[in-house]
Design a protein around this ligand. Structure first.
Ligand code: URP
Ligand code: ZN
Ligand code: ZN
Length: 481
């Protein structure tokens, strides 16, 4: 019998700030010690490897309910498998509200479905209908249940909120002490341009990018930030596609606002030209905001290095290519506006960012850990339980071989999808073992975790979601409306 249940021995431990040689001792699912010469009942040899915190993916769509009944294709079982295969141990996914309905019943259904999870999980609540009942009565109830973040969509039918509804969501979040994450694209501008594209016969997948150019994302980001500033509510701008949009966030941060920015792997490796692949193939690369051009990739890395964009999530979305609910659901002649948006990325997120970021010398290891684990955990109230390696944290670890070269292929992704948009991409650096709360749940690509072994992450009040206390004229409108 060793002093610890498990010792991860001889690796190089990397946190958001430090890199050092140490053993990690685990007891009762928690990190109990980080030091030298630890002895465990079981040992995992990490010699020559990196020992990183398990990834925290705070933007992914798993088993999301569909309005007509049923759910997206990615189930909690396949989604969890994909996460663990890629070194991710915690997610914050979404509970959706349908217009005209409340949020309590759907959230209960999401929680019922998530009982199958093998990763630890929490929820952002999407608000699509800012009714009095939801705003004043139901949001406080779900926050008490540990759902400490709301998502607002400034575009997409039927999710879109107009400015007044968005303000009501911000005010409700402020009262309840929740974070708001915002999808920023201008609804009217996209609709106007889409109508014109369709009227002119431009319907192929590549016109998805034409329907939503950079400036409509930049404009909506500016608007989302200005209204959040007026309400004095912290926000995250999610899935930022390019530096021009991040510049809006940088300006807000320079003014001292509590505004953060997230981006995703697709904006570093895909381009709008991928949507122009032959036939209907371009549909595989359609997501919103749209991937930009190759010359946008380096400026986006600059924004990560500057800390303006401090979280990289997958925005994994549940559409296969061939499946009955997938990209071809409306036929292969469907105009771009009728093709489901989103790309899969639960497994690929960390290897792509490791390879494009660390292996290619664009960011250091500590930045990698910050943007993929520590910062998302902090921003969404999971810290100090998740996101670092120190005594008291959950023993969520990913052991990485930093030199392993892999050519990405869909079968490695272990998601339910029948494709990956990253097929053929070469990466250097790969997670060879994943440990979730002290259990070795992935070794060399083989995931073994009991269905239902994931835990719900109820999130408490936390500082990053607290308002600054700076209001125009000192008047707190959120106390009245
Ligand atoms: O295209 C995307 N991003 N689909 C997922 C939904 C969203 O906007 O986050
Ligand atoms: Zn979005
Ligand atoms: Zn999303």
């Amino acid at each position: 019998m060793g002093e610890y249940d498990l010792v991860v021995r001889g690796g190089t431990v990397v946190t958001g700030t430090d890199t050092f040689r140490a053993d990690v001792g685990v007891r009762g699912g928690k990190i109990a010690a980080v030091g030298e010469g630890l002895s465990g009942t079981t040992t995992l040899d990490a010699g020559g490897m990196l020992v990183l915190p398990g990834g925290v993916d705070t933007h992914c769509h798993i088993e999301q309910l569909q309005e007509g009944g049923g759910a997206d294709e990615e189930s909690w079982i396949t989604g969890s498998t994909a996460c663990l295969a890629g070194g991710t141990t915690s997610v914050v996914t979404f509970s959706t509200q349908f217009k005209g309905q409340g949020i309590l019943a759907p959230l209960a259904e999401y929680r019922r479905r998530a009982a199958h999870a093998m990763v630890d999980y929490g929820f952002h609540q999407i608000i699509t209908d800012a009714s009095d009942a939801v705003i004043f009565d139901e949001i406080p109830q779900i926050v008490a249940e540990g759902v400490r973040s709301l998502k607002a969509f400034l575009t997409y039918d039927p999710l879109h909120l107009d400015d007044r509804a968005y303000l009501r969501v911000l005010a409700a979040a402020r009262r309840a002490g929740a974070m708001v994450t915002v999808h920023c694209e201008n609804y009217e501008a996209i609709n106007w341009r889409t109508e014109a594209l369709i009227a002119s016969g431009r319907t192929a997948p590549k016109y998805h990018a034409w329907s939503r150019p950079k400036m409509i994302e930049r404009e909506a980001t500016h608007c989302a930030i200005a209204l959040a500033e007026m309400v004095d509510q912290p926000i995250q701008v999610c899935h930022v596609s390019c530096a021009e949009v991040a510049e809006e966030i940088a300006r807000a941060q320079a003014r001292g606002l509590k505004v953060w920015g997230e981006t995703c792997p697709q904006y570093f490796v895909l381009t709008a030209a991928d949507m122009d692949r032959p036939g209907f193939e371009g549909a595989k690369y359609m997501c919103s905001p749209a991937p930009r051009t190759a010359s946008d990739h380096e400026p986006l890395w600059d924004m990560v290095r500057r800390g303006v964009l401090d979280v990289v999530s997958s925005d994994h979305s549940g559409w296969s290519y061939e499946g009955p609910k997938g990209k071809r659901v409306n036929g292969t002649d469907a105009p771009f506006r009728d093709i489901p948006n989103g790309v899969p990325g639960l497994t690929a997120r960390l290897p792509i960012i490791f390879s494009e970021g660390v292996s290619r010398g664009r960011i250091d290891l500590n930045t990698f850990v910050r943007i993929t684990a520590t910062n998302p955990a902090k921003l969404f109230g999971l810290y100090p339980r998740k996101g670092s390696i120190a005594p008291g944290f959950d023993a969520d670890l990913a052991v990485w071989d930093p030199t392993k070269r892999v050519t990405l292929a869909n079968e490695m992704m272990q998601h339910v999808m029948d494709y990956t948009p990253y097929e053929g991409l070469q990466v250097t650096g790969w997670p060879v073992a994943t440990i979730r709360r002290g259990e070795v749940v992935m070794r060399d690509g083989t995931v073994q975790a009991p269905v239902g072994s994931g835990q719900y992450l109820a999130r408490d009040a936390y500082d990053m979601a607290k308002p600054r206390g700076v209001l125009p004229d000192g008047f707190d409108a959120s106390a009245f409306a």
